[in-house]
Write a protein that binds this ligand. Structure first.
Ligand SMILES: Cc1cc2nc3c(=O)[nH]c(=O)nc-3n(C[C@H](O)[C@H](O)[C@H](O)COP(=O)(O)OP(=O)(O)OC[C@H]3O[C@@H](n4cnc5c(N)ncnc54)[C@H](O)[C@@H]3O)c2cc1C
Length: 443
């Protein structure tokens, strides 16, 4: 049996970040089963033929250059008393400190026919290969289930690859957990203009066929018929934490994953968990919320590794700033949606619409912002951006205001910059104007 000071289960962004942050300071091993760690976020762009597959494969040297061992295996059991992990290959590894960073896997809907050929989820290298094979075959039509960021990116990629593509979601608007409905209406039009068939407010009833999936039946009896050559159905409806191997142990596991405190400590001594496999809280409401983003997993991993090196840092919780691209719109959101915030707070909403450059510049594109503000104390609870130019910087600025307690009134004094190529006229700043708009509704 090999013993390690720190054993990390999982070689995704969280596990890699831990190895890089510890950088040889501990006798460390990272265990993961797959051939390659992947740049998941870029996988849709392989289908779209924008990137070769190889560009999405991370080098093992990200881990091994730190001096850590990379174990190509997976944990099937942990003896938390003896501090020993047993693997699928039957090997045993001892640890002084165990970090569970096993991530989450996409789920299929609980409907009939998900075992038919042509039905897949989308995360792993095999999923990508399966989809690429389908795209290269005689298959002409695809259904993507789930209009979150992954579903949106996947449906555009399949459409771009030449498949007649349908996007189905039970909610009435696309990106239902990222932006409020009115902010994505233009995005929906753009998807339809691209030729993507939207089925919103629609649920999958069953997938039908003999070997291949030949028909998708929706709950309202509408059918999408692929014919005998079959079609492709990709589920992008959510994730479940990879925790089966510890499910019958004393480790506390909630609905969304392993329970941790602000130091990423579990209820068991010397056992930590980070990334998509944990259940944690919203930094805004303090309530348990989903947070399956690399931009949550990486900071959790970094913080834990720094604490193992002697720091005393605490993880606040999820803000869930996230972005995607809908044709030529860059869209994103952070914090609470209006529809979520309205349940628990008395809110006021502020909006502003300008251009991404001085409007007299030939390339200026529309950009709009929405801020959701708590009427009682003017704290910002959430924000959304729809822009003709990349939006993550603006989303991050809103997150920063939420995170560091800059309220709507303080935002009025925000000292911004302006330049003809890069912003609206100096007279106005998008976020300042959105705050001003909200505050004007209070009097
Ligand atoms: C298509 C797609 C696009 C995405 N786009 C974005 C984006 O744009 N921005 C963003 O922030 N996030 C994005 N995400 C989410 C992001 O990829 C995840 O939040 C992130 O990968 C979580 O990191 P993690 O290290 O916690 O888990 P994972 O990346 O899931 O890694 C888990 C690791 O644990 C291993 N493992 C699992 N079980 C075991 C076991 N029993 N023993 C040992 N190892 C095990 C896995 O094989 C894997 O190596 C995207 C995800 C997908 C699928």
């Amino acid at each position: 049996m090999t013993d390690y000071e720190v054993l990390v289960l999982g070689g995704g962004p969280a596990g890699i970040t831990i190895a890089k942050t510890l950088d040889g300071a501990k006798d460390l091993a990272v265990m993961r089963p797959e051939n390659h760690s992947m740049v998941y976020c870029a996988m849709p762009y392989v289908i779209e033929d924008l990137l070769p597959m190889e560009k999405t494969l991370k080098e093992d040297s990200l881990v091994t250059d730190t001096g850590a061992d990379l174990i190509r295996d997976y944990a099937v059991d942990v003896d938390f008393d003896e501090q020993v992990v047993t693997t699928g290959a039957g090997d045993k590894y001892g640890y002084e400190e165990l970090i569970i960073a096993t991530g989450a896997s996409p789920v299929l809907a609980p409907v009939g026919g998900t075992d038919l050929d042509g039905v897949t989820t989308f995360k792993h290298e095999e999923d990508l290969n399966r989809i690429l094979n389908q795209v290269d075959s005689e298959v002409e039509e695809a259904v993507v289930v789930g209009a979150g960021a992954i579903g949106i990116e996947m449906s555009q990629a399949l459409n771009e690859a030449g498949l007649e593509t349908h996007l189905v979601d039970m909610e009435d608007s696309i990106l239902p957990h990222l932006l409020d409905a009115e902010m994505v209406a233009e995005g929906e039009e753009q998807l339809e203009d691209l030729g993507i068939n939207l089925h919103l407010g629609a649920q999958i009833d069953s997938l039908n066929g003999t070997e291949k999936v030949e028909q998708v039946k929706l709950a309202d009896d509408e059918t999408i018929d692929f014919g005998p050559q079959g079609g492709l159905v990709v589920f992008a409806i959510g994730m479940q934490p990879n925790v089966e191997f510890v499910e019958n142990s004393d480790l506390e596991i909630g609905q969304l994953g392993i329970k941790v405190n602000s130091k990423m400590e579990t209820n068991l001594d010397n056992v930590y968990a980070v990334g998509d496999c944990v259940e944690y809280k919203s930094a805004i409401t303090d309530e348990v919320t989903g947070g399956n983003l690399a931009t949550n997993a990486v900071p959790m991993g970094r913080l834990l590794a720094q604490n193992l090196l002697g720091a005393d840092r605490e993880y606040e919780g999820f803000y869930n700033g996230c972005a995607t691209k809908v044709n030529d719109l860059f869209v994103g959101g952070t914090g609470l949606l209006e529809k979520e915030a309205a349940k628990d707070y008395d809110i006021v909403v502020g909006k502003a619409e300008f251009t991404t450059a001085f409007p007299i510049m030939p390339f200026a594109k529309p950009v709009k912002a929405k801020l959701i503000i708590n009427r009682d104390n003017l704290e910002i609870l959430g924000g959304q951006i729809v822009s003709g130019e990349p939006a993550t910087d603006k989303i991050d600025k809103i997150t920063m205001a939420i995170q560091y307690g800059i309220d709507a009134e303080e935002l009025l004094d925000f000292s911004y910059s302006s330049q003809p190529y890069q912003s609206f006229f100096p007279a106005h700043n998008l976020l300042v104007k959105a705050a001003e708009n909200a505050l004007s509704k209070l009097t």
